[in-house]
Design a protein. Sequence first.
Lengths: 114, 109
Amino acid sequence: DAGITQSPRHKVTETGTPVTLRCHQTENHRYMYWYRQDPGHGLRLIHYSYGVKDTDKGEVSDGYSVSRSKTEDFLLTLESATSSQTSVYFCAISESYRGLNEQFFGPGTRLTVL
Amino acid sequence: GIQVEQSPPDLILQEGANSTLRCNFSDSVNNLQWFHQNPWGQLINLFYIPSGTKQNGRLSATTVATERYSLLYISSSQTTDSGVYFCAVANTGGFKTIFGAGTRLFVKA
C-alpha cells in the first residue's frame, strides 16, 4: 500500500467552526489531491497540488483552502464549516511520468458538521 | 469538462457469475483508472489503463480510447468482489480527474 495517512479519521464539528484535515505521505510523490465523496456521486476533486506551495482549484473548491509547505503534507481547511460540507474526504497522491499519472488514495476522513 | 457515465448503476450477481462494467467518457483522455471501493470505504486500485487491455487474476480491463469507453470484466465473482466500482479519467497532465458515479455490485453467496 502507498504510504498515505489522513488525520483525523473521524471528526464531528459545529457549523461555523474552522476545520483542518491533514494528509501525510511517505512516498515523496510530487502531486497531492483532496476529494470529497457524497452519496450518489463519485469522488469530486476539491484542490490539488503540483509541488510545494503550488496548488490549483478542482471541481468543487468553494469554501475550501489548501496549503502545502512540505512535500509530505497537504492540508485542507474549511474556514467556517457548513452542513453541506458533511462528507467523506479522501487524499490522493501521484507521480506523473510522460503525462501518465496513476493516483493512490488514503483511507479517508469522515467529517460531520452539525 | 469531461463527462463520465458508468453502467449499470447497480448489479446483483450470484457467486461464480461473470459480469461486465462499462465506463463511457465524453472527451479524449490520457489517464483512466478503475477502482474498487470495498464495504469499509477503502479505495483499491484495480487498473491504470488509458488504452489497451490488462489482466489481473479474475479481473481484466479494456480501454478503447478512440471510441471513448472502457470495460471492466469480473469473472467467477466472489462475495469479496462486492462494493462500488469507479472509473476515473483525466486528460493532459492527469490532474483534474473526473470520477463516474460508480457501479454498485453485490455478490450473493
